[in-house]
Design a protein around this ligand. Sequence first.
Ligand code: ZN
Ligand code: ZN
Length: 267
Amino acid sequence: MIEAAFLGSGSTGNCAVIRAGRTAVLLDAGLSPRQIGVRLGKLGMTLDDVSALLLTHEHSDHVSSAAVLATKRGIPVYATQGTLAKAGLPGPLFADLRTVADGAELCFGGGDLTVRVTRTPHDGVDPVCYVFADGAGRRVGVATDLGHLSKKVLAALEGCEVLGLEANHDVDVLREGAYPAFLKKRILSDVGHLSNDAAAAGLARLLGDRTRIVVGLHLSKNNNTPTLAERALRQGVERLGAKVVLEVAGPDAPTGWYRARPAGGIG
Ligand SMILES: [Zn+2]
Ligand SMILES: [Zn+2]
């Protein structure tokens, strides 16, 4: 059994927890250490239950608490070389830092949880996303901070039971909004953020027979609303006639657990 919960999602801070068997890892640490503790508590966990912290890239909404979790809590940090160098982490004498690379497979809890690393198109130095699998091969894929859905990312996330996918902005709201031109250009670029429509279109490739849950992530506070994101993703799902649970995660409170079950399972 594998399950995921999003403690917070958006440009004010990203953190998720993925659990399989008795092994749990954090994905990004962009909330305060206190909030990570409080929100884990709401999910029936503490930081003592966490075996590792995996970082996607060095932007502060993903790493602001990484140094504290690494030094004060002794949690091993996994990230690409570029991310480790830029994430404000202390040196290897003071923290347990492990380098990962595109295509690598990590193993936690003696095989309870395996994690596949995939490079993402984003304007960090060496950004990645992760796909998590339990011993039975059930998968949770999470990808945010993507300018577009590259072939590589599509292949990595295809058919996951639980799919967490960025739905950052509504293109029209962004274009007509108050952001300065350079920022609009950055967000809309190939290495910026994934729009609601791009995420919805990507579902045609990403949803498989075993997909049961889609969670919209990293919604912009200024250029999106939960309603717009959910509507776009729902249209994507309906175009495919797929039967999946669809939700969006927000910045201020944790979601519940999203659990992968085998096809035909209940719940
Ligand atoms: Zn971000
Ligand atoms: Zn980013």
